[in-house]
Every structure is written in C-alpha cells, then in structure tokens.
Ligand binder design. Structure first.
Ligand code: UDX
Length: 463
C-alpha cells in the first residue's frame, strides 16, 4: 500500500493543517509537528492566532508551551488567521473545532459545517479531511456530502476520515505520544495508509520528545485500529460514556456504603483488582465535570434517541452525576446548619487536578449555590483563579490554601490537587474558626482528620 502512495519505503513527513486552536487542536498540532510533520494551524479567532504567533500559549496544558517552542525553533509549525492559506498548504486537514451541546443536548455541528464548506471552496489539490473533534456517528457522511456539494466546481478529490482523540486534559501530550490505541475510521485503504504515515513516528517510536525526558517518543505497542467511519465516531462516544458510567456506578455504591456502614474505598479497590472491571474511574465523590463527559453523554443519549434506542443506563449515569452536588450540599447544610453569613473555604475550582479548565466544574456549581445562600466564599486553586474570577467577582481568591482557610467556618474540598493533599491540617486547625472539613473527593483519611479534632465528612465512608 505504501507503493500505492508512491512512497517506496521512504520516510515521508506530510504537510498537515489543523483547523481550530483549542485544547485538541493545539495539542494535535504541536504533537504532529514534533513527530516530524510540517504543521500549519488556523483559527477563526484572530486574537488567538496573534497570541500564538507572538509565542504565547492561550491555554494551560502541561508541556504544551515547551513543545510549541521546540516546533517553532525547528520551523515545523506556523499559525495563520487565513484558513485558505492553511487549507492550500496541506495534504491532510485535521478538523479540531468545537462541537458544544445545543439546548436539546445534541452536538452543535455548525462549526464543522462551516469548515467543510471552507475546505471545499479553497482546496486546489486532493485532501485527506480528518475529523478529530468529537462528533456523533454519521457526521462523516454529512461531511463527505458537504465537501462534494460545495467542492463540485473545482473537482478536487476529498477523502474523509475519523480519528477520535482520547486525550485527558493535563496529560494530553503524554497521551498523544503514548497512546493505547489509534483509531482511524476510513472509507478506503489509501486514507488508512495516509493516517498510518502520519502516526508512523509514534508507532515506531522514531523521535525523541523534548518533554518527559524523551520517555514518551511513541508507543510501538499501540494498536492501530482501522474501522469504518461510523464505528470510529461511535467508539469515541461509547468509550467516554462507559467511563462516565463507571464513575456514576461507583457513586451509587458510595451512597449504599454510607447507608450500610461500609467503606467505598475498600469496595472499589477490591472491585478494581478484577481485570474484567479494572481500577480506573471508580473514584467516588463529587462526580465528573469537564467539557467532555457531560457533553458527550448528552450527545450520545440524543443520538440513541434519534434512532429509536432508549439509552436508559446513560440517562441514569447523568442523573446520578447531577445528584452528587445535592448530596454534597446536603452534607454542608447538615454540618453547618445555617450557611448564610458563614466563611467557607472552597479548595479547588478546576473540574479536576492539573488543569485550569472550569467548564462544567462541580466546584463552580458549589460556589454558585453557596453565594446564593449568602455565604462568604474564599476560594483556592493553583491554576483556575483567573478564569473563575471573571464569573464570580464577589469571591475572595487565594493561591495559598492557608490564606483561604483563615477564619473559615468550613473547608470544602472540590478538586484533588496535590497542593491540597499536602495541607498541614494540624496547622489549619489552629487558624480556622471551626474545624470542619467536607471532602468531595475522599482525599483524606477519616481517622487521621478526626484525630486532629476535625468534624470530617466525605462520600461513602462510614462516619
Ligand atoms: C476525558 C477522557 O478521559 C478522554 O479520553 C477524552 O478524550 C476527553 O474526556 P478529561 O475530560 O480531560 O478526559 O478528564 P478525565 O481525567 O477523564 O476526568 C473526567 C472527570 O471524571 C473529572 O471531572 C474527574 O474528576 C472525574 N472522575 C474521574 C471521577 O469523578 N472519578 C474517577 O474515578 C475518575
């Protein structure tokens, strides 16, 4: 097949454009460039492109800045606000634009449609058009139709492919360079082979990644899985939904443990030791947030409904997750009695540790409800303060957890940052107005906290 591409065994690096410079687009662009390809990134937001051209990184993702600097130095990456320039200068185009939820829960695909029409209009040579953004199954069919309809005058040949990302925020670069699986949904073998070429440096561990001490320069054990486009699209939604389902399952077990007097940490640890179940994503607590799980589940439920399949267990997954906040605030009310006028330290704002992302973060909902009840909120987070301040200017923000805890009537742990794992609670006890900790992530040992004189509440561990 390499011969069919005219490669004759030669090492080829492709010209790739990335449309959309958000989390997914920037990580994809930087990693593919570091792997050896010539990458040109574009975005509809000209201010964002100007920032990138000036060497600034508009989002927080560990190592992304170093990686972009390295690619810039090697002159393998560039940024342009002119989408036509990016489209024309590439053999493969990765679509990394947003697919946010609409009111109905369905994914809003207008940005994909916009990009499809742009590609069709501007392309002058054959293009491999790759969906990287998470999209519902059958989007590829529509993308293909749009490219044909709007590109019919130029007669350019388009191949559509789906290559879903499985990147966790905070470890996205490591995940990209060290994947378990690379899924490519294609309509013919040529598209599969083009994508294999794109990922060859990673599959053959052919380069030295400048971050992580070169530990993540590829993973020869990764499975390169070629599927149909519909399957690849479905794989992404099915995977994320299953992970979310595991979390909600663990949360219901936590509720049961509380009623029965068992310990959810013991139960889920034992469950996870069964390889058929697996340990990850069984952590009970405040539930999942972030921009992926909540929106992907909604879109998947919507897709299933639209074809007459009632995805009851996914609806329950969503319901259980929403109830976590009520359960958490019940604990706050029971412990504090009256919330109005109390000083409450909220430890953690980001939806999980090691990111500044606050989209669908449970902590923000907690803050919003506490403020509505008249509490004085003192928040601490190592990365997410700037973003949260814009939304809640009435909160006082502290980078030092002890400052947030000063005179507080309660500490509410919402995000499992390492900074909070290492809090000296004996010291905190002396500066808080009341020794009360409500732990939304089961981060601390109940016996230890009680030994230090704290009233301590968490999820699913016997009181
Ligand atoms: C997720 C998927 O992991 C990734 O493959 C996909 O491409 C994008 O969505 P991300 O949203 O960055 O990545 O976060 P992840 O680390 O998966 O955590 C999701 C949420 O679940 C977080 O809010 C986290 O706090 C919560 N979670 C995770 C739990 O509540 N319990 C767990 O056991 C694990």
């Amino acid at each position: 097949m390499r011969d069919a591409l005219g490669l004759n065994g030669a090492e080829v690096f492709l010209r790739i454009s990335v449309i959309g410079c958000g989390y997914v687009g920037l990580v994809t662009g930087a990693c593919l460039s570091e792997a050896g390809h010539q990458v040109i990134c574009t975005d509809i937001d000209a201010a964002r492109i100007a920032q990138l051209q000036a060497g600034e990184v508009p989002i927080y993702e560990e190592h992304l800045g170093e990686l972009l600097d390295s690619c810039r130095r090697a002159q393998r990456i560039s940024f342009t606000a002119d989408a036509a320039e990016a489209i024309r200068a590439s053999d493969a185009i990765f679509i990394c634009v947003g697919t946010p939820p609409k009111e109905s829960g369905a994914a809003d695909l207008s940005a994909i449609d916009h990009v499809a029409r742009q590609i069709a209009r501007e392309a002058r040579t054959p293009k491999l058009v790759v969906e990287k953004s998470t999209v519902p199954a059958r989007t590829g069919i529509e993308l293909s139709r749009a490219l044909k309809a709007y590109g019919k005058d130029s007669g350019v040949q388009f191949r559509v492919a789906s290559n879903p990302e499985f990147l966790r925020e905070g470890t996205a670069i490591l995940d990209f360079f060290h994947p378990d699986r690379i899924v490519v949904g294609v309509e013919d073998e040529i598209a599969a082979e083009q994508l294999r070429e794109i990922y060859r440096p990673i599959l053959e561990r052919k380069f030295h990644c400048p971050v992580h001490d070169g530990k993540c320069g590829g993973n020869p054990q990764a499975t390169f899985l070629v599927t149909t486009i519909n399957s690849a699209e479905l794989i992404k939604h099915a995977s994320n939904s299953f992970l979310a389902l595991k979390i909600s399952y663990a949360n219901v077990i936590a509720d049961l443990c509380e009623k029965i007097g068992a310990d959810v940490e013991e139960v889920t640890r034992a469950m996870g030791l069964d390889p058929r179940i697996g340990a990850p994503f069984l952590k009970a607590g405040l539930g999942f947030g972030g921009f992926c799980f909540p929106k992907d589940i909604q879109a998947f439920i919507h897709l299933a409904d639209s074809v007459g399949v009632d995805f009851e267990m996914l609806k329950a997954t969503e319901r259980v997750n929403k109830q976590r906040l009520d359960r958490f605030l019940d604990k706050v009310h029971k412990a504090l009695w009256v919330v109005k006028g109390k000083k409450i330290a909220v430890l953690g704002l980001a939806f999980k540790a090691n990111t500044d992302d606050i989209r669908f973060a449970p902590a923000l909902e907690v803050v919003s409800r506490l403020l509505a009840e008249g509490a004085e909120v003192r928040a601490c987070d190592p990365q997410a303060i700037a973003r949260t301040r814009a939304q809640f200017p009435q909160v006082s923000y502290h980078e030092d957890p002890y400052e947030a805890l000063l005179d507080a009537d309660a500490a509410l742990l919402c995000t499992e940052w390492d900074l909070f794992r290492t809090i000296d609670w004996a010291r905190a006890a002396k500066i808080m107005a009341r020794q009360l900790v409500i732990d939304g992530r089961n981060l601390y040992a109940p016996a230890k906290m009680r030994e230090l004189g704290f009233e301590y509440h968490c999820f699913g561990r016997a009181e």
